[in-house]
Design a protein. Structure first.
Length: 250
């Protein structure tokens, strides 16, 4: 399970970090804005110990209320500042990747992709310029097609700005088949968020407990000879353990 991470919010470190490490998995740590604003982050001492023992780390940046492609310049700049704060906190842990949300949906931007893209490029270029040795991956959330993600990644044109495919979000929001989605943006994948649902709500179930087509996903990754980071995002201990078992069988 060397390439498998388990997503864990900061507030659950005391409860679940030992479970993750006992199952020989790595960590994807989510530190929300409310925690970033209240140092010192004492629980990170235990994460540092795990890293010193060979565990690897990815880091999920805050996303609530943020708008990287925001038309309101003040809102966009607050977003940049928050993301920079998160990256600065992550740097001492040498994360393999920092996961970020694009902040686009058709309802909020009324389909004005060009405005969103222009401001997104300004945001992410500033972040990458400030942290030249850090890798980022943009995650699909509410997108019903991969068009905006594809345009953003191509325009960024950086090996340090890749794609995190979230299979649960795809299963709820996509209006196109999985194979078509992967053919569009699959070659940019550096991380996959693995969780399941029944296609109606973002349930964050264990793998195999919903109806996402994992066979097609894994076949695609094998065919392009791609081994991304796999991050388990089930929201219960039991779901994570079932997901680990699911992966081991495959």
């Amino acid at each position: 399970m060397n390439n498998v991470h388990v997503h864990i919010p900061y507030r659950y470190l005391d409860t679940y970090l030992s479970v993750i490490l006992d199952n020989h998995c790595n960590i994807e740590l989510f530190v929300p804005a409310s925690v970033l604003d209240n140092p010192p982050l004492t629980k990170l001492v235990e994460v540092k110990k795990a890293l010193n023992n060979g565990t690897s780390l990815t880091w999920h940046a805050p996303f609530m209320d943020l708008s990287p492609g925001g038309v309101d310049e003040k809102i966009r700049q607050v977003t940049v500042d928050r993301i920079k704060q998160a990256v600065k906190e992550a740097l001492p842990f040498n994360p393999r990747l920092i996961i970020i949300h694009p902040g686009y949906d058709d309802y909020r931007f009324n389909g004005e992709v060009d405005k969103w893209l222009k401001n997104s490029l300004k945001t992410w270029r500033e972040v990458l310029d400030n942290y030249p040795n850090t890798n980022f991956a943009i995650e699909n959330v509410f997108e019903n097609r991969p068009d905006t993600l594809e345009r953003l990644i191509k325009e960024m044109n950086s090996e340090r700005f890749r794609y995190c495919f979230d299979c649960g979000h795809f299963n709820v929001f996509s209006k196109i088949p999985l194979k078509e989605w992967l053919e569009r943006v699959g070659n940019y994948i550096s991380e996959v968020h693995l969780h399941d649902n029944h296609g109606k709500e973002d349930e964050h179930l264990g793998l195999g407990e919903g109806n996402f087509d994992f066979d097609t996903l894994f076949k695609f990754l094998r065919n392009i000879n791609r081994q991304p980071i796999f991050t388990l995002e089930a929201h219960t201990k039991e779901g994570v353990l079932r997901s680990i078992e699911y992966l081991q069988k495959r």
